[in-house]
Design a protein around this ligand. Structure first.
Ligand code: PMP
Length: 360
């Protein structure tokens, strides 16, 4: 029986899929969870009760339809989408990345991104059979302009991803360099603004000057990681093409209702983001005083920090019940680096105390 199943797996499942690992999620129950750039705040109790009532009214017997349009319209208002632009919804921005890989799978298509970057640009491209080209950032995590322009000229990528701010480095790339890369790109450029609620600049205005630029955002970092809503905006003609590969009914009515509710209370989420930005300042100051630690500037709800021994410090923090992400093995530029998510003031204090005790 098992031998037979093994044979079928060998015959039916792609070799590259068989040899890959699924997206890894660290077990986190019972930990101070600061590993995944989640918003640590829940909604205040009265809003939770109101949301529960709203979700109870949703017609679960019907496929998602009108309420999804309501969500799209609410998002368009939220971002003030100009005329001539359109918005596509994904089950998280992860699904939009998958849709982009599918839609851009013209013969010989390549996807290009600076590295280190969000891993799904690479994984999704390769799963679709596209070639992924990674161009290392400079040592201070800026775009390597000459290398990027040379790679664009050589590979003529159908898609270029630029995360703004970048994950896991947390910085915004230099704008002049970004402009030159956008101008040089022969295909589409996706500016991934997942961390926009925590950043001082964005590409919304600039997008309107470049017809081949798409801006992707998510409600995950806004405060709804569990709800799985991502979206992408750009010129209507372009977004309509990408929308054609979207799986039918990809966004659940419950998710849509929760997201509409959250957008009605966007001021509450804006307050939470303001607390997190100020906590980021406190965390950066504390990290810069720790022996042997070098935190990098951050425009997101995470801080990348170079430490004396990332594996040892990760384990010592875990032993003190604080879960962060050890990114040191992901790319040579991240050697000896941990990525810390900014949590509540109490969680950050616990993390700082655990860091101090571990580095003694
Ligand atoms: N883009 C970036 C840069 C990310 O870091 C992440 C997740 N951490 C995503 C996209 C995916 O976000 P989601 O699928 O939750 O919308």
């Amino acid at each position: 029986m098992t031998a037979d199943l093994d044979t079928r797996i060998q015959r039916c499942i792609r070799q590259d899929v068989q040899s890959m690992h699924g997206y890894a999620i660290q077990p986190s129950a019972g930990f101070v969870k600061l590993d995944a750039m989640e918003n640590p705040f829940r909604l205040p109790e009265p809003l939770r009760t109101e949301l529960g009532r709203r979700l109870g009214e949703v017609a679960l017997n019907r496929y998602p339809a009108g309420r999804i349009d309501d969500l799209r319209n609410a998002l368009k208002r939220h971002v003030n989408l100009p005329d001539g632009f359109e918005l596509v919804l994904g089950n998280g921005s992860d699904e939009i990345i998958t849709m982009l890989s599918m839609a851009c799978d013209v013969p010989g298509a390549k996807v290009l991104a600076p590295l280190p970057a969000f891993v799904m640009y690479d994984v999704s491209a390769r799963l679709q059979g596209l070639t992924f080209v990674g161009v290392p950032l400079t040592a201070d995590f800026e775009l390597d302009e000459a290398a990027m322009l040379a790679a664009i000229a050589e590979h003529q990528p159908a898609l270029v991803y630029l995360a703004y701010p970048n994950n896991p480095t947390a910085n915004l790339f230099d704008d002049t360099v970004m402009e030159r890369i956008v101008a040089a790109a022969p295909g589409l450029v996706v500016i991934d603004e997942a961390y926009q609620p925590f950043a001082s600049r964005d590409w919304f205005e600039r997008m309107t000057r470049h017809p081949h630029v798409l801006v992707m955002r998510t409600l995950s970092k806004f405060g709804l990681a569990g709800v799985r809503i991502g979206y992408m905006v750009g010129r209507k003609a372009l977004v309509d093409e990408v929308d054609k590969v979207r799986p039918p009914y990809n966004v659940s009515v419950l998710n849509a209702e929760a997201a509409i509710f959250a957008l009605e209370h966007a001021d509450e989420f804006a307050r939470q983001a303001a607390v997190l930005r100020s906590e980021r300042t406190r965390l950066l100051a504390a990290l810069s005083k720790l022996p042997g630690c070098k935190p990098f500037p951050s425009e997101a709800n995470m801080v990348l920090v170079r430490v004396p021994d990332a594996a040892a410090l990760f384990a010592a923090l875990k032993a003190r019940n604080v879960l962060v992400k050890n990114v040191s093995g992901l790319h040579p530029l991240l050697a000896s680096c941990l990525r810390l998510t900014v949590g509540t003031p109490e969680e950050n204090t616990l993390m700082i105390e655990a860091l101090e005790a571990s580095l003694k």
